[in-house]
Structures are given as C-alpha cells and as structure tokens.
Ligand binder design. Structure first.
Ligand code: EPZ
Length: 454
C-alpha cells in the first residue's frame, strides 16, 4: 500500500529571549539586590485578607509576581503594580469570584496560596491544583490536609480543589507539618488568621519569608505568636487594618551575587552588594562561604565581598532554614567548579534538583550526580557554549558559569530566569560584564505527521 506522506508542516516559530555573555570580563563595582520574589508572593496574598486597599513596597518586577497579580485580578480584586517604583496597590474589597484557574495556577506553584487566602477571608475557594515542576515531586497534601484540620471540607473536582466551610468560616484547629514546608506554613497562616477560633501549626517553617510575611499580618492586627520557631499559634480575628507593607530584600539573589563576586571579580578587588539583608542568608550559607576563603564584611544594608586569589572547596548539604538554602545549591556548584579541589553538594529538600549539571558538563564542568548529591571536581576551565535553562535557579547557575567561561555563552529560554531575577543583565552590564539579551526563534518542530494511507 502506497503511504502518502505530507510534507512536514511549517514549524511554528516561537520567539524567546536568550542571554549572550562574553566570559572572563571582571565583575567590578556594585550590584543592587532587589526585593524578595518569594516573600512578595506571600505578601500579595496577605493583602487579600485585609479589609481595605493595601500598598506593598519593594516588589521586584519579575514574571512570578506578574503571574500572581493576574491570578488575583481574576477574582475581581484590583491589583495595580507599578513596575518602575516596585509598589503594588491591592484592593481586596472588590472580590467577586473566589477562584484561581488552571491556566494561570499551572505557571507557578505559589499560586496555591490563593486557597488559604480565599478560604480564610471568604470561607470558600475553588483553586486549581498546581502543575508539575522541573524537579519534584512537589505535592500539596500538607496544604490540603491542613485546611481540613482548620475546618474546611475539601473535594477534588477535575483538577480543582473545591473548599467550603460549614457556617461560612473556618473554625481553626491544630496541624503538624511533616516535613516542614514554607508554602504550607504560609498557606495555613493565611487560612488561620481570619478563622473563627485559634490554631496551632507544629513543625512550621522558620524561613525569613515566613517571618516577614507573618509580621506583615501582625502589623494589620493579626494575632500570631511563635514566628521563626517550629510552633506558631494564631488567634483568628474579625478585622485586618490595611496598613502599608514593605517587602524584604531577596536572600537568594544576595547569595547568588556573593558567588558571582567571588568567581568573576578581580582578585583583591572589593565588590559591594547593595540593599542586602544578610541576616536572611542563615548561618549555614555564611559558614560555607567563609570556608572558601572569601573575605566578606556584613554591613547594615549591604555586603562587601573581597575577591579571593583562590577558592577553597567547601561541601554543603541543604536543609530548612537556617540550613543551607536549596535555592542556592545550583549556584554553589559554579563556585565549587572554580575551587582548588573536590567538593560534594547534597540536596536533602529536593532529591533530584540537578538538571543544571548536564548543561554545565557541556561547558566543561567535571561533576557526577550520585542520588541526591553532586560531586564536583574544581580547577577545570569552563568553555562557552549554547546552553538551555531548565528552571529558575538552574538558569542563573548557567549565567554564573558563563561569567568565568572562555568565549561566548548563550543561555537559552531565559523566561525561566525572568521568573525570579529582576533586570539581571542590566545589573551585570553595569558591573563590567559583557552581556546582552537577544530574541531568537525557538523552532518547535511538531511531531512528524502520521502518513495517511491511500
Ligand atoms: C518554597 O517552595 C520556595 N518557593 C522554593 O523556592 C524553595 O525551593 C522551597 O520553599 C524550599 O525552600 C516559594 O517560596 C514560592 P515545598 P515550597 O515544596 O513552599 C515537601 C525558588 O527557586 N512537601 O513545600 O513549595 C516537598 O516535597 C523556589 O524560588 C510535601 O511533602 O516548598 C519538599 O520536600 C523553588 N507536601 C518540602 O516539603 C506538601 O504539601 C519543602 O518544599 C508540601 C511540601
């Protein structure tokens, strides 16, 4: 039988951005740290609990923030985010639909905070389950079981969590997180703050994101004790005063820039990282960074890094705060690639968060991943290449590698990077790096058409 094969359809053009970086230019001068992406997301949902319009300052203009603004607007709440000034104005009094749709929630896991905010304020919610992630699993069982413990009835309906509260308001209750989870802690605090009665969260997350978020709720009148400890007690309130809120600085961007300074600065130079809240780094990162032999001065609102002549290897193991942040383990790999010796990078939070390693190996990184650890051999020169981003922190580790690689590196699909780093190429270009953003066609070749028989 003669099969007639169609000529392949024209591949759909898909325009994307890439960063083109000429390696081995010295980083010099200073880098400004933006507002915390992860804390900004929590503060946006905290605003939904207030009884009037709320303004939030120091919000980074990144894709995740713009996505959450879209999701909040979908409920009828007005969100005015001034991307230049970094100020967001959110008026929760105009809410008409306590819903968060799949098309938006699938873009970003933290959208699931809408469940706690809508349930806490309005006693009902219909929120899509979040999509997958570049690594995982990243379940939300703790979020759902926690809401039930606070008095919600939950049904799963076509990929949506449909939550109701008998009597129209959560009662409050007690729940233990196992394992401890930043997102689940934030979601349960959103729900418990406006509940009828009192609640207790055991094994709560202690990350600075949670503390800044909880303190913002307390500034509005929430009754919360124990922030920063494993046990948080909440007394539900009937009213939250919409006072202005200020977001904290991004601790993960700060750690990323400290690593950039150590590997790409001129030995002996000092590089200043501005608008920094170093106390949010946690002692584990600071101790590991000190072990590399890099001199650091922690000032009130900045960090000074003196570029070392050589970098000593330092093993790290990620853990919940104040342990080494999992969001800095990919970046640490690049620091260790420049170290004079071998090191091991172990992730105990996400056992498979190593998708950046194969791309870095194409640039000459000598490393191997065994279960949840990357074994890195420093001292091998990196060479520029075309590399593909796979997730937010992996993509920034590719940029760090490009800074020290010989020749040109092109980091593709930087929409991953744009999720959490504000104006990165501008910041680096202003500090001596040869970097530019370019648009390119990402050919998406459809699967070959199935030949039709005669
Ligand atoms: C937050 O994610 C951060 N995101 C992540 O940063 C960060 O990597 C993570 O905390 C860990 O520090 C935001 O703050 C928006 P988790 P979160 O999945 O809260 C398990 C970045 O790059 N778990 O709760 O979603 C889970 O499997 C992002 O900025 C359950 O078992 O973290 C994991 O092992 C990536 N059941 C652990 O908890 C649940 O219901 C903690 O991770 C929820 C979580």
């Amino acid at each position: 039988m003669q099969h007639r094969v169609h000529t392949p359809v024209q591949s759909q053009l898909k325009f994307m951005d890439k960063l083109v970086i000429e390696g081995r230019n010295h980083l010099k001068g200073s880098l400004p740290v933006s507002g915390s992406k992860n804390t900004a997301l929590a503060l946006f949902t905290a605003a939904l609990l207030a009884d009037g319009p709320v303004t939030i300052e120091n919000i980074p203009n990144v894709r995740d923030v713009r996505t959450l603004a879209q999701i909040i607007s979908y409920t009828g709440v007005s969100v005015d985010f001034d991307q230049q000034s970094g100020v967001a104005a959110i008026d929760p009094t105009t809410l008409t639909a306590p819903e968060a749709p799949y098309e938006l929630v699938k873009k970003m896991r933290a959208s699931f905070y809408m469940l706690g905010a809508l349930l806490g304020k309005h006693g009902e919610a219909r929120v899509s389950l979040p999509g997958g992630c570049a690594w995982g699993p990243r379940p939300v069982d703790l979020h759902i079981d926690g809401m039930k413990a606070l008095g919600a009835s939950i049904e799963l309906d076509n990929g949506y969590v449909v939550a109701k509260t008998p009597g129209g308001r959560l009662t409050g209750g007690t729940f233990t997180l196992n394992p401890s989870s930043v997102g689940a802690t934030i979601n349960l605090l959103l729900a418990a703050t406006r509940a009828r009665g009192s609640s207790v969260i055991h094994n709560a997350a202690r990350e600075p994101d949670v503390i800044v978020f909880g303190e913002a709720l307390k500034s509005m009148g929430a009754k919360i004790d124990g922030l920063g400890t494993p046990t948080i007690e909440i007394e539900g309130v009937d009213y939250l005063n919409p006072v202005p809120i200020r977001n904290c600085s991004d601790r993960i961007e700060l750690g990323t820039f400290m690593i950039a300074a150590a590997i790409a600065g001129k030995p002996g130079d000092t590089i200043l990282l501005k608008n920094a809240q170093h106390e949010h780094l946690g002692h584990a990162f600071k101790e590991a960074f000190e072990k590399t032999g890099t001199q650091v001065v922690y000032n009130d609102n900045s960090v000074s890094v003196t570029v070392p002549e050589s970098i000593q290897p330092a093993d790290i193991t990620t853990a919940i705060y104040p342990g080494f942040p999992t969001d800095l383990q990919a970046q640490w790999t690049i620091l260790m690639s420049q170290a004079s010796g071998k090191s091991t990078i172990t992730d105990t939070i996400y056992l498979d968060r190593f998708k950046h390693i194969p791309e870095l190996q194409r640039m000459g990184l000598v490393a191997r991943v065994v279960q949840n650890a990357a074994h890195v051999e420093g001292g091998h020169p990196l060479k520029g290449a075309q590399v593909m981003s796979s997730d937010l922190r992996a993509s920034v580790s590719l940029v760090l590698a490009a800074l020290v690689a010989s020749g040109e590196t092109q980091v593709l699909r930087v929409y991953h990077l744009d999720r959490g780093y504000e104006n990165l190429e501008t910041k680096l270009a202003n500090a001596g790096i040869a970097i530019r953003r370019e648009r390119y066609d990402e050919w998406v070749t459809p699967t070959p058409p199935i030949p039709e028989s005669e």
